[in-house]
Design a binder for this molecule. Structure first.
Ligand code: ATP
Length: 219
């Protein structure tokens, strides 16, 4: 069965989620209080609706409870974002993902039951900063306040060495969880697997250890 989504707030973030889900063949109801934004998505989403989602009756009448996952992408109006999230959880929506504007907003969202809180601007800023510090860092995903996963392109410091030669676990306290090799994925590489040119290493560990490793790679 196709999954059914609701995207509330059709700014750049919500709009891009809506387009991507629709491109992937998902059923998407797109909601915004702004008529022009809704018109823009009329031919993209399965349904596009003009509505103010801080009104509980509106949410109930739209049958939002029956959708699998609701994404709240209301930006500047933090009050509207919080009220909408609160009501979605109260009417029993199972999965609610919300975009946070700042850490205080995120804290409140967690408290009122948001299942997943995202900080797209902050996270993208961090990813780009890591890439700027070391060109080899292709991506950076924060797992918690202290732990992250990085994707690192193999360079001359790494290529030709086996995992045991590199000894990343002992030297940096990091684990290589997988190696992307073209279209292949080597999951949990073994001690004697050798890093090849164009490999991408997926490394997990504490942020401070990742930073030491990134610095080493940029020398
Ligand atoms: P982005 O960075 O994603 O473009 P933004 O942070 O600039 O977003 P806004 O433009 O403030 O965010 O909000 C995103 C959308 O949410 C807007 O199109 C706005 O009309 C819509 N929105 C705001 N409040 C409500 C509400 N109560 N009900 C429905 N839509 C709302």
């Amino acid at each position: 069965m196709k999954k059914e989504f609701v995207v509330i707030g059709l700014g750049r973030f919500g709009g891009s989620i809506c387009k991507e889900l629709s491109d992937q063949g998902m059923e998407v109801m797109a909601i915004d209080q702004d008529e022009d934004r809704v018109n823009e998505f009329a031919s993209i989403a399965t349904h596009a609706v003009i509505a103010d989602t801080t009104d509980e009756t509106v949410l109930k009448n739209l049958g939002i409870r029956n959708f699998d996952h609701v994404i709240v992408a209301i930006g500047a109006d933090i009050q509207a974002s919080i009220l909408t999230t609160l009501m979605l959880k109260e009417i029993g929506v199972k999965k609610v993902t919300v975009k946070a504007q700042n850490d205080y907003h995120a804290k409140v969202l967690h408290k009122i039951g948001a299942d997943h809180v995202v900080h797209p601007e902050r996270d993208m800023g961090r990813r780009i900063a890591h890439h700027i510090v070391s060109n080899n860092v292709l991506d950076y995903i924060e797992l918690s306040d202290e732990y992250s996963i990085v994707e690192v392109a193999a360079n001359e410091t790494l290529i030709g060495n086996s995992i045991v030669d590199l000894n990343i676990r002992a030297k940096y306290g990091l684990n290589i969880v997988a190696i992307k090799r073209g279209s292949e994925m080597v999951i949990s590489p073994q001690a004697y697997d050798v890093i090849e040119p164009n490999d991408i290493l997926i490394v997990i560990g504490a942020d401070s250890d990742i930073q030491r490793f990134e610095k080493k790679l940029s020398h």
